[in-house]
Structures are given as C-alpha cells and as structure tokens.
Design a protein around this ligand. Sequence first.
Ligand SMILES: [Zn+2]
Length: 347
Amino acid sequence: MTQQMTSRERVLAAIQWEEIDQLPVFSKIRGAMAKVISRKINRSFYTDGEAMADAALATWEKLQDDTIHLGGGNVIPFEALGAETIWPDNDYPMFKKPSITSGEDVDKLQIPDPAQDPYMVELIRAIRIVRRKLGKEVIISSGFHGVFNVAGRLLGTENLMLLISRDPKLVHKLCRKITDTLIKYAELLVAEGAEILEVGDATSSPACISPKTYREMVLPYMTETFRGFKKAGAYAMYHPCGGEYPIIDLLSSTEADILDFSELVDLDVAQKIFVRRIAVSGTVNPSQVLFLGTPEEVDQHVKNIIQKLPFKTGTIIAPGCGLSLNIPLANVKAMIDAVRKYGNYLN
Ligand SMILES: [Zn+2]
C-alpha cells in the first residue's frame, strides 16, 4: 500500500479485511463531547441538534479519528418506550422506577414512531448538519443500547434477572418489542446518513448472565436486530461488553460486521478467531489506562496492542468500553496519535 486513504475508505476496507494504509481508530467519545463546547450533559443538550452537531464537529476537529459518532445511546429510545427518567445536573438520565411490571404492561407497549420521538428529531438534525459540513469523507456512526440493556432499564435490571427464570415468556415478549423498536429507529437513522450502528449490551454480557441464557434469550434478538440494521444499509458494530470469552464462539452467529471487545479480550486473539470473517475492534483499557493513565502510558499500551497483531487489517482500534464523561481528552488524543504512529502501513 503506497497511497493514503480517506477515513471512510480506510474504515470500509478494514471491515472487509482488505488492504489499508493504516489502522482506523474510533475515539468512542460520547457525552464527553459536550464539554468541548462547554455544554453540560442534560436533556437540553440531547434535544438540541445544533449543539450536538457543534460538539461532535469540535471534538472531531481536535481528535481526527475515523468516525464521527452521533448517538442517543444513553437516552434513546427509553422515554419513547415509557421509561420515566430523572436528569442529574450533568450526567446521563437515571430511571425513576420500572415502567413495566407485568405481562399486561408488555402487551400494552406500543412500538414508538421514531419520527415522533423528540430526541430522535434532534439527533437527525445533528446528523444532517454534520453530513452537510463534512460530506462523505468521514463515516457517521450512531447507535443504541442492546436489547437486554433496554429491557433492564424498563423492568429494572434486578427484576430482569429474576424474570429470566420465573417468567421467560414475558422476557421474550419484551425483547421482541424492543428488537422491533431498535430496527425501526435504525431505519430512520440510516435513511438520514448513519452508516455504522453500534450496539452495546452490558446486561447480556457473561458478567451478568450465563452463556446458555445468552444463547436462548439474547442471541436470536441481537441477530435479528443486526439483520435489520444491515437491511437498512448500515454496518452493525456489536459491543457485548465485559468478559466476552465464554460467549466468543457464539458471536459470529449474531451476523454483526464488527465485534467490539472490552479490554478483557486480547485483540490479537480476536483477530485470529475472526480472521477474514468479521472485523474486530476495541480493547484499549478505558479505565486503568485511558482514564487514570498518562499520555505516555496510553502510547505504550496502544503500541503493545498493535505490535502483537498478526494481521494488518480487519481491525479498528478503540477504547474497550464507553468512556467516562470526565475522560482526559489528552489521553484519547494520545490513543489516536499512537494508532497513527504504530499502525501506519504505508511504505
Ligand atoms: Zn462495555
């Protein structure tokens, strides 16, 4: 490879396991982007498409990573599904009490219309502004929580864990409706310009449920969700979150295009497992290194990950999980600089 690629070309080639000029890197800056334009994380930020676009663009200017992420992950589609939220002064919303307490509540639950969801209306405004400013050179990504994360917000996570054995039918019924909701929301986002849709789902990780429960109650819905994303025209990026090895052999059946791993998985091992089948990403330690470390420590950590990789494509470097709202931006920049330095394959 002797020619520099655009960000967009680089990401698409990496997903297909084709030759790339350098490894792509995603910052996974989510809400922390608000601080870059001196805004707080609250309802007013997430219902202000212009502010979200400004924050995303200002953050991308600083970081120059390979995607601009505009997501409603911690916000959408909870309220539209009936969750009552409380917004702290500067943080993601919290949930007052479970909005679903019986099978009847599940039966009554309507699949919301994303075009009527006030958070979606503004998210779409933000995507349009960013698309207008940047054209197609940089890929826009968006995304949501996974099916079990959403179910946990609506039922209360503890209750969800109890219902898995006490009333599996109710859990299935709810997962069914959440899956339909996520696909409907995805279709609108893709129509407006989102090209990668990321889904994180800590509640269905091996840290919370057994591989058997995962196979029976999560896998069918996540697979269907990703099929829906792909049918709409997006690439599906799946972050199973938290100690993924016990379910790693099941993950290819989700049909996701990118499997995004926590720091508990070795990226070189993931490459070997999924080589030329599915792209892999993640694994930069989000807490010990990115949050608590120094830029020099970040540089060495990323160098170590990249130098162990047996293959020079099929891979995106990214934090192993969502970043804290107080993440030091200098460390995120150090991660991106390290990828540009150690993951450069131009002759
Ligand atoms: Zn995670």
